[in-house]
Design a protein around this ligand. Structure first.
Ligand SMILES: NC(=O)c1ccc[n+]([C@@H]2O[C@H](COP(=O)([O-])OP(=O)(O)OC[C@H]3O[C@@H](n4cnc5c(N)ncnc54)[C@H](O)[C@@H]3O)[C@@H](O)[C@H]2O)c1
Length: 318
């Protein structure tokens, strides 16, 4: 298929673009490099450096079979401090993309949604039918885009799949996580092992979990990429399918830090800070629907494997 990959110079987008090229698709990456890196665009993909909002209408005249839409602003704290950046950067940009798909008859869309659309869960594991009550602007903008996709799918016959990722981690060869502003636990802990950060603070050790620290569902970025390939192959015209992507298993912050110590051989000093407002004790996905309807089965679910891949990428780049 001829595919447009938005945000293909970013972390998840670059891994997915690489797998799409490897599996024989014709890939055009559009990325404004606001948080991405030109050298993360995989060989074999055509790269257009631009803001999607400016170029979607022209780009999509080129006979595309589908769009994988990864591009977004995705820092929760920033989204609360500067909501306009998120409503414009995420929602308006996505509407321009959807308009261009409609106008050019582009039939398929796979969208990077997020667990943040659910907010505080009432039940664990989190099902796709759980209430969507985002507790931050980032999650609210992603939910708004999900709603827009449903409307465009119904009205214009677009075949769409939203994938709600939980905590993405790990790396795929030279493609990995290198956000300038890093907010994700594993890369932050690995910065300590690398010597670019003195210690790690774990927020809260009095949660109602086995070891008192928060539990999160980590999904290997390569398993995530395989889910995108399956989603692309299983779209249905006029339908908007929504799937959680997690493993159904959680790891605590304490376990993450200890596994980083085991993998890197570094003592990684850690202290405990007070809980952060709005951090739920446990966020774990039900991955049953993606398994049943897409045939998706994550294979790299072991925390040691996930962190080893992230560490190999981090150390090799240092
Ligand atoms: N990483 C995670 O744990 C995680 C979890 C849930 C959802 N997501 C979602 O997955 C997607 C990818 O996340 P990531 O971690 O790879 O982020 P990232 O910041 O590494 O990648 C986003 C890419 O989009 C580009 N971009 C942003 N706005 C653009 C625009 N208007 N035009 C063109 N390019 C633009 C950036 O330059 C960057 O390369 C995002 O939509 C994010 O919300 C990520």
């Amino acid at each position: 298929m001829k595919l447009l990959v938005t945000g293909g110079a970013g972390y998840v987008g670059s891994v997915c673009a690489a797998r799409l090229v490897e599996t024989g698709h014709e890939v055009v990456v559009v990325d404004d490099l606001s948080t991405g890196h030109a050298d993360a665009v995989p060989d074999g993909a055509t790269f257009v450096q631009a803001d999607i909002a400016d170029v979607a209408a022209d780009l999509l005249t080129g006979g595309f079979d589908g769009v994988l839409h990864f591009a977004a602003k995705s820092l929760v704290g920033e989204s609360m401090a500067d909501p306009a950046k998120y409503w414009a950067g995420n929602v308006l940009t996505s509407l321009r993309l959807l308009d261009a798909m409609r106008d050019n008859g582009v039939p398929r869309l796979v969208f990077s949604s997020t667990a943040a659309t659910y907010g505080e869960p009432e039940q664990i594991p989190i099902l796709e039918t759980a209430p969507t009550r985002p507790t931050n602007t980032y999650g609210a903008t992603k939910l708004a885009i999900d709603h827009a996709i449903t409307s465009y799918a119904t009205a214009h016959g677009i075949a769409a799949v939203s994938l709600r990722y939980f905590n993405v981690a790990g790396a795929y060869g030279r493609f990995g996580e290198r956000h300038t502003t890093e907010t994700h636990l594993i890369p932050i802990v690995l910065q300590v092992a690398l010597g670019t950060r003195p210690a790690i603070s774990i927020y809260g050790d009095d949660y109602p979990t086995a070891d008192g620290t928060c539990v999160r569902d980590y999904i290997h970025v390569l398993d995530l990429a395989e889910a995108h390939l399956l989603a692309l192959a299983n779209t249905r015209a006029g339908e908007h399918q929504v799937y959680n992507l997690g493993t159904g298993t959680g790891f605590s912050n304490r376990e993450v830090v200890q596994t980083c110590r085991d993998v890197t051989g570094h003592p990684i000093p850690a202290d405990f800070a007070p809980r952060r407002a709005g951090d739920p004790a446990v966020l774990v996905a039900s991955a049953t629907a993606a398994a049943e309807n897409l045939g998706w089965k994550p294979e790299r679910t072991d925390l040691h494997t996930i962190i080893t891949d992230a560490w190999t990428f981090t150390r090799d780049r240092a």
